[in-house]
Design a protein around this ligand. Sequence first.
Ligand SMILES: Nc1ncnc2c1ncn2[C@@H]1O[C@H](COP(=O)(O)OP(=O)(O)OP(=O)(O)O)[C@@H](O)[C@H]1O
Ligand SMILES: [Mg+2]
Length: 469
Amino acid sequence: MTSAAVSPVPSTPQIEAANFLNLLIVDDERSIREACREVAQSLGFTALVADSAEHAYRLLETQSIDAVLLDLRLPGAGGLEALRRIKERRPEAIVIVVTGYGTVQSAVQAMKHGAYDYVTKPFSVDELKNLLERTAGHLRLKTENRMLREKVKSKQGFGGIIGRAPEMEKLYRMIAKAANSVHPVLILGESGTGKEMVARSIHYSGPFRDKPFIPVDCGSLVPTLMESELFGYVKGAFTGANQTKDGLLAIAEGGTVFLDEVGELPVDLQAKLLRAIQEKEIRPVGSTRRISINVRILAATNRDLEHAVMQGTFRRDLYFRLNVLSLRIPPLRERRQDIPLLIAHFLDRMSRDSGQEKLLSDKALKAMLAYDWPGNVRELENCLERTYAFTSGPLIHTTDLPREIANLPVTDAGNGSSHREIVPMAELEKQTILSAIAELNGDKLQAARLLGIGKTTLYRKLKDYAAQP
Ligand SMILES: Nc1ncnc2c1ncn2[C@@H]1O[C@H](COP(=O)(O)OP(=O)(O)OP(=O)(O)O)[C@@H](O)[C@H]1O
Ligand SMILES: [Mg+2]
């Protein structure tokens, strides 16, 4: 009999665990750097390499780094000094030190100075793999704990974002990561997928949540107004500029400016925005003075910006600037398992707001599950809001839903005809009663109450149905 307990290959969850984690490998020996890079990448890490401490510091300034593999015997700076400076720049980053054979003492020193673990040269691929897997697990746990803390803080999860589909879980990890970086983030998603919600969530789960979050709709203003909104103006800059006004990029000081529909920004403003981001300075309209700014830029678009770049309507350099980290929110039709969750969430909110509880009939729910939701969560929310307002009884039927949803051929539609069925009143009543009871897990008293009929009537009708052939 062979043993089934031993698994010789790393399992998928471990590979998953390292996804979206950035590892910086600092070693002056090229062959070691490359070997480590290969192992790290095979585990799902994004690996960056530096051949000196100085090179590593430069990368730490511009890249978001989760973990560092640091050779303690670098030429130039002493290893411990490098460790200290890395920790100073990125206190959150996990540092694993690499020591030479017989210098365990230096590893002990390094651990005292905040290193997470060490490995002795020469090491095997398996040794390194184990260590990196452990690191990934630790980092993931840290992120999860942080997310959990945020959740408790807001009591609402990621700013109330609903969804348990794997793509959404991935999104939450990315949000947690983005929240703790200062770089621009580009949020991509079809209309109504929750781009603004995600932007708020990034801001409010980050360290500068007490500073302003200012959304700017780049598509809604005429270009000249847009410029003065973003950069501000001085008195007399143009007719009607009766007094100096600060721009939103200055008002958001220390916080976040969310550039919604950034793809709509006119080309000349794109150039000005790029300069503002790069130089951290703006020049108000009509002024000769530059003002320094300190804001975090989040941008969103439902347009294909890469395509716009190719067509010349969006600046390539700005695209790269904004796209340091990008998050894609999947459309609702790609995560149908979230539809019931969202429906429950919205119905719950509406019944709390109106003080009147309403439920969806089984068929209505099926129709909603079958629909494609081109307008995504926003369309679902609007649809429920309208339906809620116009349905008088406690149960929402298929016929109460908008036509495009009600008319969908649902698999068990009855007679197989693709026409909307015409159902006799008695049958409708029967369906209503039975589905209410089913929805309420068999609670007949509650069903009678919600249907607005007496419990004796309900029992009589049930007896009739049971007697029917
Ligand atoms: N995952 C979600 N959970 C709960 N509510 C959501 C979710 N996604 C979106 N919503 C709700 O749907 C509506 C649209 O969201 P939001 O404005 O963030 O989307 P958007 O992508 O910016 O849309 P648009 O492109 O139309 O501006 C909001 O009322 C928001 O509260
Ligand atoms: Mg929006």
